[in-house]
Design a protein around this ligand. Structure first.
Ligand code: MD3
Ligand code: FE
Length: 203
């Protein structure tokens, strides 16, 4: 049964497990067209997470800041199309959380290897902060850090495992969050890696 983690947050444990093979095939197609890269923060730090995107818009970070672009700055081409299986999974999950008409136009894909972490941050580069975000975890488990609206608020730890789907919306949409350094582990399909998809309405 879905687990409510906050007023706007629903955890659907293993909801994407049955589709994992098809999702990973789609990730391969996307990352062939828009190769994994380590972006830089505006402050000049290299992100330890490797990223790719698909959809009309893709999230980018560089010296100039964070933003969504229609083209992959690395290839000059439009981001690869959003795979139909990403869309159907996101819409089904969002509907279960009470968001009737979720139309994601962007999917950020994060690749973690052992030691990769993602510092506490807020997702606020999307135009409509009332639209939810759907996250899909694949591969080795990670410790998710779930903070509050203030950066200094206490953080709850939660393990996100293979196929776990989360819907974030409403008052939880602007909560700080991050991923603790990935531990060494082995997943049948992904080896030591973890992949996270975040489906967003960016434009
Ligand atoms: C809570 N990704 O891509 S997914 C990100 O596992 C990101 O790669 C992490 O944070 C990952 O921005 C966490 C869970 C998640 C995604 C978006 C959120 C939690 C969120 C937006 C608002 C609040
Ligand atoms: Fe985030």
């Amino acid at each position: 049964a879905p687990e409510r983690l906050g007023p706007g947050t629903l955890l659907l444990r293993a909801a994407a497990r049955a589709q994992a093979a098809a999702l990973l095939e789609a990730v391969d197609t996307v990352s062939t067209a828009a190769p994994w890269r380590h972006m830089c923060t505006p402050g000049g730090r290299r992100l330890s997470v490797a990223m790719s995107n698909c959809g009309t818009l893709g999230w980018t970070s560089d010296r100039h800041g964070y933003r969504y672009t229609r083209q992959d700055p690395q290839t000059g081409r439009p981001w690869p199309a959003m795979p139909a299986i990403f869309l159907s999974l996101a819409r089904t999950a969002a509907r279960q959380a009470g968001h009737a008409d979720f139309e994601p136009d962007a999917c950020l894909i994060n690749l973690y290897t052992p030691g990769t972490r993602l510092g506490l941050h807020q997702d606020r580069d999307e135009r409509d902060l009332d639209a939810p975000i759907v996250s899909v975890s694949l591969g080795v488990p990670a410790v998710f850090l779930f903070g509050g609206l203030q950066r200094s608020d206490p953080v709850t730890r939660l393990v996100l495992g293979d196929g776990d789907v989360l819907v974030w919306g409403g008052p939880d949409r602007l909560r700080h969050h991050g991923i603790a350094p990935l531990k060494q582990a082995c997943h049948a399909r992904l080896g030591a890696c973890r992949i996270n998809l975040t489906l967003r309405r960016a434009g």
